[in-house]
Design a protein around this ligand. Structure first.
Ligand SMILES: Cc1cn([C@H]2C[C@H](O)[C@@H](COP(=O)(O)OP(=O)(O)O[C@H]3O[C@H](C)C(=O)[C@H](O)[C@H]3O)O2)c(=O)[nH]c1=O
Length: 182
């Protein structure tokens, strides 16, 4: 498993070692040892999630407030998405900045989105199946949504069409008005 910190170094892009043969392929999709070596963190993942989205669906920018903040280790097992993490820690030198990566069934890459970041993705293929591990349980009362196209953040979603959003995401709030992290 190779690990590459992105421009915001707390966000790490993992590339697994894939073993291909005439039958197909095998790779370790998660190794606590590799994760700890790469991030220096010892985290307990308590929940696995799986969502399927059609082309143009954008889910985000979501996060849970403390004390239910979630770290997320995300990957795509069918199709492709552009995945985005936004630093929403007010004390961070990269507050309000974003990083992203193309995650796909083909590249098998995974993104570690730490607690303190908002997360979202837009679906670039006809459909995409998105799997991720979280470091805390779902807590609707702690869930918040920042506007996906907040000009203060300026995410380049690598997507030229108008995305399909849930009613909740259409009501996302600007970062300047959002409850975030210290
Ligand atoms: C997130 C979640 C949702 N749900 C239920 C609540 C709703 O009835 C239904 C769909 O939820 P929602 O529309 O919030 O799903 P997404 O828009 O995919 O939300 C996720 O999208 C972005 C990309 C994230 O990073 C978060 O993990 C999460 O906010 O699943 C659960 O039962 N457990 C859960 O952990």
């Amino acid at each position: 498993m190779q690990a590459q910190p992105l421009a915001i170094p707390e966000v790490v892009l993992f590339t697994p070692k894939v073993f291909g043969d005439e039958r197909g392929f095998f790779f370790e999709s998660f190794s606590e040892r590799a994760f700890q070596e790469a991030t220096g963190l010892s985290v307990a993942f308590v929940q696995d999630n799986h969502s399927k989205s059609s082309y143009g669906v954008l889910r985000g920018l979501h996060y849970q407030l403390a004390p239910k903040a979630q770290g997320k280790l995300v990957r795509v097992v069918q199709g492709a998405v552009f995945d985005v993490a936004v630093d929403i820690r007010r004390s961070s030198p990269t507050f309000g900045q974003w990083v992203g990566a193309l995650l796909s069934a083909d590249n098998k890459q995974q993104l570690w989105v730490p607690p303190g970041f908002a997360h979202g993705f837009v679906t670039l293929s006809d459909t995409a199946e998105f799997l991720y591990k979280t470091t805390d349980f779902y807590s609707p009362e702690h869930e918040r949504c920042i506007l996906w196209d907040d000009p203060q953040i300026g995410v380049d979603w690598h997507f030229a069409d108008q995305p399909t959003l849930s009613a909740k995401d259409r009501l996302g709030i600007p970062l300047c008005n959002a409850e975030v992290f210290a």
